[in-house]
Write a protein that binds this ligand. Sequence first.
Ligand code: PMV
Length: 323
Amino acid sequence: MNNPFNDNQNEYAITASAPGKIILFGEHAVVYGQPAIAVPVNQVSARCQVTAGPSGQGVHVFAQDLNERFVLEDVTEDHPIAAAIRYTLSKIGLSTQPDITLTLTSTVPIARGMGSGAAISTAVVNALTQFLARPLPKQTVSDIVFDVEKIHHGTPSGIDNTVVVFAKPVFFQKGNPVETLSVVTPLTFVIADTGIKSQTHKVVGNVRSRWQADKLRYDRYFDEIGRLVLQARSAIEAGDLHTIGACMTANHQLLEKINVSTPMLDQLVKTALQAQALGAKLSGAGWGGNMIALTMPEYAMSIASALQSAGAKNTIISHVGIR
Ligand code: PMV
């Protein structure tokens, strides 16, 4: 929350923001009950500003980056931003619509496995509850964002809403209380965008069909990923960067086996490793989206430029665990 007075209009305003995220370990297997690890990416964020409107206007929404402008009562149940607003108003027990305008902006790349939907929903819920002076516990906010994620993705595991709402490194397993991780030695990542959309619901659906056709084999892959996640957790908590990196590359090889990688993602992994990365993998659902590489800070720039030469459309250098 910041800037309670909107400078331009000299009126009361609340702004809340939420970070993007990357999944470090365990995507897909997490849908089948295995643990996973994700971290926030503070270099990108979604923001929501709430201002008071004239009496009787209801809830107006202006989503600049999505080029959308609507009045809440005019949009259907399955509109994700409207759902985030409706679920929040219902959770805080407001029976009449407040007269407010929500202005949304986001720098989180869309459909790249960076949690853009969860970031927008989180910013909306937090700005709304702060404006209405009805703050909710983080777990309740996470539950609301999870319900909105179901509109985007069908059967989300819950990792995206958890890491984005808590805005801390998390160890996540469906059905268990969220655990935040302490990162002993700061982690530096290079995130490389393939420029190709990752359509989470399609990839998750494809993995489900393959799992149904050969449960034995796929459960074995998911178990192996789960073991890597546990090993990586210990390494993160011990500050052992080399083991974290090795676990990432091993996780990528398992993601290749379950058919969610692409030649471009494999090429970016190879390029990062050749450029001295400690480990690299695709992050998120796959079939596009981002590749992430762990590196010593001094190699981050040269890895980013090697990845751009290999075809990455954009790179972000992100640090986790630096206060
Ligand atoms: O939304 P994405 O692209 O970060 O993918 C989410 C990760 C999956 O494990 C593939 C799906 C899920 O719901 O956990």
